[in-house]
Design a protein around this ligand. Structure first.
Ligand SMILES: O=C1C[C@@](O)(C(=O)O)C[C@@H](O)[C@@H]1O
Length: 253
C-alpha cells in the first residue's frame, strides 16, 4: 500500500489522520480559526473555500491561502471548493472550478486539493495533472447527502477515482438506516484490501454514521474529519474526543 506524505503527515499508515475544516466567511474569521486550530491535535486542515465570501476573486483566495500557511506552518492545508450539488455552499462553472483549483495548486500555498470526481473525466484529469506538476496531491471526492449506494457502486466510484489518477479517493454517504453504515464499512474494507493501491477516505455521515468516522484503522479509511468549532458535515465529532478514540483503537491493534 502506498502512502501519501504531505509535509510531515503520512496518510495511509498508523492511526487515521485528523482533518479539521475551516468554514469561515471572511479572511479575519478564517485566520482566527486557524490560530485556534494550531493548539489542537490536528494532522491536516481543510480550508472550505466555498464558504469564503471572496472565493470568486482568485487573488483574495491566494492571499488568504498565503496567510493561512503562515499561521499553520507545518500543518498541511487541503483546499476544497465543495459545490452545491455535492452539499457545499456555492455553485461554480466547470471552467472557473478548474482555473481556481489549478491556480491554488500552483501558488505553493496549499499541499492538497479536493477535486469532485463527477466534474467530468477530462477536466478532472487536467486538474490532477496540473496539481501533480506543481507537487500538490489530489483527493478526489464524491458525496451523497441523501442515501448510501450499494456496496459495489461505492467500490466502483472509488476505483474510478483511482483510475483518474487521484492520490486519495474519498466518498461520504448518508445512511438511511443502520445497515447502510455496515454497507459503507464493508465497501471500505473490500476496496482497501482488494483494489486500492493508495489510501482511501470514507465516511457514513450523521449520528448513525459516527462509528465510521472512528474505525478507519480497522476497516481501511486513512483520514477522518473532526470539528474544532463548526462542523462542515453532519456527524463530525470534536477533535479531542476523536483523537482519544482513534488512539484507543490504534493501541489495541
Ligand atoms: O469531503 C469531505 C468530508 C465531509 O463531508 C465529512 O463528511 O466529514 C466534510 C467536508 O468538509 C469534506 O470536504
Amino acid at each position: 500500500m502506498n502512502t501519501v506524505q504531505v509535509k510531515n503527515t503520512v496518510i495511509g499508515e498508523g492511526r487515521p489522520k485528523i482533518c479539521v475544516p475551516i468554514v469561515g466567511k471572511t479572511k479575519t474569521d478564517i485566520l482566527e480559526e486557524a490560530k485556534k486550530i494550531t493548539t489542537l491535535p490536528v494532522d491536516v486542515v481543510e480550508w472550505r473555500i466555498d464558504w469564503f465570501d471572496d472565493v470568486f476573486a482568485t487573488e483574495k483566495v491566494l492571499e488568504t491561502a498565503k496567510e493561512l500557511q503562515e499561521v499553520l506552518k507545518d500543518i498541511p492545508v487541503l483546499l476544497t471548493f465543495r459545490t452545491s450539488k455535492e452539499g457545499g455552499e456555492k455553485e461554480i462553472s466547470v471552467n472557473d472550478y478548474a482555473a481556481l483549483n489549478i491556480a491554488a495548486a500552483q501558488s505553493g500555498y496549499v499541499d492538497l486539493i479536493d477535486v469532485e470526481a463527477f466534474t467530468g473525466d477530462e477536466v478532472v484529469k487536467t486538474i490532477i495533472n496540473a496539481a501533480h506538476e506543481a507537487g500538490v496531491k489530489v483527493i478526489a471526492s464524491n458525496h451523497d447527502f441523501f442515501k448510501t449506494p450499494e456496496k459495489e457502486e461505492i467500490i466502483r466510484r472509488l476505483c474510478m477515482m483511482q483510475e483518474l489518477g487521484a492520490d486519495i479517493p474519498k466518498i461520504a454517504v448518508m445512511p438511511t438506516c443502520k445497515q447502510d453504515v455496515i454497507t459503507l464499512l464493508s465497501a471500505t474494507l473490500e476496496m482497501s484490501e482488494k483494489y486500492a493501491d493508495r489510501p482511501i477516505i470514507t465516511m457514513s455521515m450523521a449520528g448513525t454514521g459516527v462509528v465510521s468516522r472512528l474505525t478507519g484503522e480497522t476497516f481501511g479509511s486513512a483520514l477522518t474529519f473532526g470539528a474544532a468549532s463548526k462542523a462542515s458535515a453532519p456527524g463530525q465529532v470534536g477533535v479531542h474526543e476523536l483523537k482519544q478514540v482513534l488512539d484507543i483503537i490504534h493501541s489495541s491493534l
